[in-house]
Design a protein. Structure first.
Length: 161
């Protein structure tokens, strides 16, 4: 049974990339350059489609085309695929660690913004006086970056002074 083949435009549509992208990836060695048929058309297979999707996936995960190229070259150097597997595992662990750190930072930002929202919703005095004389009574004073012990009973001067 003959494997399905695609012209460059068909492959581009199927993979949701441009023909220019396919040619660029070929020039970098990320995709194998396909020989041209008698009609001067390139013919691509499902394997090429899979490689193209793997490249897109790795780019989506934040890998550079240079890193992707190094991983692909490992496959050419090791028929067993073990070197490629180990490098992918290493890169995925690095990416996972970065994303976990980013998730922690986003969680911290969400908690900080939530605190500010709750603080501002609870203001029961003229907000122009925050920080100011109301600081000593504020339920958020222990966490507020503007609260200072020496200011708690001393009102801030008004702008008209």
């Amino acid at each position: 049974m003959e494997k399905p083949s695609y012209r460059i435009g068909e492959l581009a549509r199927k993979a949701d990339v441009t023909t220019r992208t396919i040619r660029y990836y070929e020039s970098l060695g990320l995709l194998k350059s396909q020989p041209r048929s008698n009609g001067s058309q390139r013919s691509y297979t499902d394997d090429d489609y899979l490689y193209l999707n793997r490249i897109k996936q790795l780019k989506h995960y934040g890998m550079s085309l240079e890193q992707i190229g190094q991983i692909i070259k490992l496959g050419n150097e090791d028929a067993s695929g073990e070197l490629r597997r180990l490098e992918l595992l290493k890169q995925y662990r690095i990416l996972l660690s970065k994303e976990m750190q980013r998730l922690q930072e986003v969680g911290d930002m969400i908690r900080e913004l939530d605190w500010h929202v709750r603080q501002l919703e609870s203001v029961d005095v003229d907000f122009k006086q925050c920080p100011g004389s109301a600081c000593g009574r504020c339920e958020f004073k222990d966490r507020c970056e503007f609260y200072r012990e020496e200011d708690r009973l001393i009102p801030l001067p008004s702008r008209s002074q």
